[in-house]
Design a protein around this ligand. Structure first.
Ligand code: NCD
Length: 308
């Protein structure tokens, strides 16, 4: 059996067995909740700190809910768009908060690599969970995305998944790609304007497209991404209408995908920019299922790193 995780900072290089264990546990927790268990006490007496240096709606609330459902205490520390310099801000905050005897820190930060720095600097015995660092990784989003796909289409070796939009700046895309690849997906396609695509050598096993109509042909799931303007430096973008015309998911394009293609988006969605409202709210949309799965995945991860 793969060893229990102490921290979760990325899905890259995580063994398949570990990913599957977390997904299975998320499903078991979901079933337990469906049968009326609203609260477990496996993490009673443990304290989880949500340390968010970037805004968040879904991720922070679902980590909070997940921790509470497992019986842990939660402290929320939102720093919003704090612009103070990295080292001081982070480690002063960390040591101040650590003095309160934490068991886990859930961290989101605009700088890639921050969670690993916390792992190096945190007191021993404190687990670090990455809730999104720069454009590098968002492991719990990657897990909830593959869980959502698995619930509908467990035959991964038969599936083609397309990720479309601002892939260059997306930690979600990176964690999705790592998880899908480890789980043996048949094909991953990436599509977006050249300025928003990763370097081809970053993902040698993915097929890159710039024509959305060609990319979506026959796919089993499409994951749409927001334009992450807060991470863009000197990128010339077409206006929103022009972007939607080339890279927006509308009914006409969805009709080119495989039958029953799953429509996914990590949120927040921008209606009319990367996705048409009637597709976001349509019968094939799994967007709210993703949100629901987020709570169970985060319970599974907290349980993994914290259970005695
Ligand atoms: C994503 C993020 O913050 O990386 N959102 C999320 O966690 N659900 C994607 C985004 O901000 O576009």
């Amino acid at each position: 059996m793969s060893p229990r995780l102490r921290h979760l900072t990325t899905l890259e290089n995580l063994p398949r067995e570990t990913i599957e264990r977390l997904l299975d546990r998320a499903e078991a927790l979901r079933d337990a909740c469906a049968h009326g268990t609203r609260k477990l006490d496996v993490l009673a007496g443990r304290t989880v700190l949500n340390l968010f240096f970037e805004p968040s709606t879904r991720t922070r609330t679902s980590f909070e809910l997940a921790a509470r459902r497992l019986g842990a205490d939660v402290i929320n520390f939102d720093l919003g768009f704090s612009s103070t310099s990295k080292g001081e801000e982070l480690f002063d905050t960390l040591h101040t908060l650590e003095a309160m005897h934490l068991d886990a820190i859930v961290v989101r930060h605009k700088l890639s690599g921050t969670p690993d720095e916390l792992v190096r600097h945190a007191m021993s015995g404190v687990s670090v969970i990455n809730a999104g660092d720069g454009n590098r990784a968002h492991p719990t989003q990657g897990l909830l995305d593959v869980l959502t796909i698995r619930q509908h289409r467990p035959d991964f070796d038969n599936l083609t998944v397309l990720i479309c939009g601002d892939i260059k700046h997306s930690r979600v895309a990176r964690s999705d790609i790592h998880a899908l690849h480890t789980l043996g997906i048949r094909q991953i396609r990436l599509c977006g304007p050249a300025a928003l695509m990763p370097a081809a050598e970053e993902f040698p096993h993915c097929r890159l497209f710039d024509d959305f109509d060609a990319a979506i042909e026959g796919v089993d799931a499409v994951i749409m991404l927001r334009l992450q303007k807060e991470r863009m430096v000197a990128i010339d973008l077409p206006d929103e209408a022009a972007y939607f015309a080339r890279y927006g998911l509308d009914q006409r394009r969805l009709a080119r995908a495989g039958k029953g293609c799953l429509v996914m988006h990590p949120g927040p969605i921008n209606r009319g920019i990367e996705i048409a409202p009637d597709v976001a709210d349509g019968a094939q949309s799994r967007i709210l299922e993703q949100v629901g799965n987020g709570v169970f995945v985060r319970m599974a991860v907290l349980n993994e790193v914290l259970a005695r």
